[in-house]
Design a protein around this ligand. Sequence first.
Ligand code: DX5
Ligand code: ZN
Length: 219
Amino acid sequence: MEHWIAPSILSADFSRLGEEIRDVLDAGADIIHFDVMDNHYVPNLTIGAPVLKSLRKAGLDCVMDVHLMVKPVDRLIGDFLDAGADIISVHPESTEHLHRTLTLIREGGASPGIVFNPATPLTVLDEVIDLVDLVLIMSVNPGFGGQAFIESSLDKLAIAREIIDDARREVRLEIDGGIKADNIRLVADAGADTFVAGSAIFGSDDYVATIAAMRNALD
Ligand code: DX5
Ligand code: ZN
């Protein structure tokens, strides 16, 4: 599967969010990773569906990869579907009925994704692999940008890769947390094809050079 680089808006300048997104897309980003936090499921607060809706209204038609870190999650799914999310990923801990939540996303016309925290075992993946288009492995504890990559995520990626390959479906394997040009090759070798990077991209002075360095490391 083609490699996708997904800048996380968490580290963008929120006062110029639309412009920041256009800049990273012009610099070679493939999709935009939209982190939604509620200060309940994770100890931080970001933005909600009205912001996504405004970005769509402003003409941004890129793939929006929405990572929901909110609990309970179901009520907000309709809002993000309406706002124009393409991919909506949820944590199993954020819903009482994961099958229902993933089905809500699919029936609403978006691609469902499932997210695993560093300490969450992959056990439910076998049960839902036929329902998802994306598996996201967290390589930091969710809530903040700029944290250090947790090495054990490499083993987890490799196991997720096997489960996806056995399912013989087109499912993306995404990694999120502490990704930079100098470790992106390592996570690709472990099986990832979609790479979230927040601080590494938005914290750099030159988006073109940073994304090119990531792409070079992958090629
Ligand atoms: C963390 C978010 C990430 C975050 C990654 O909870 O899910 O998407 O922005 O930030 P970096 O790339 O700085 O580790
Ligand atoms: Zn994220």
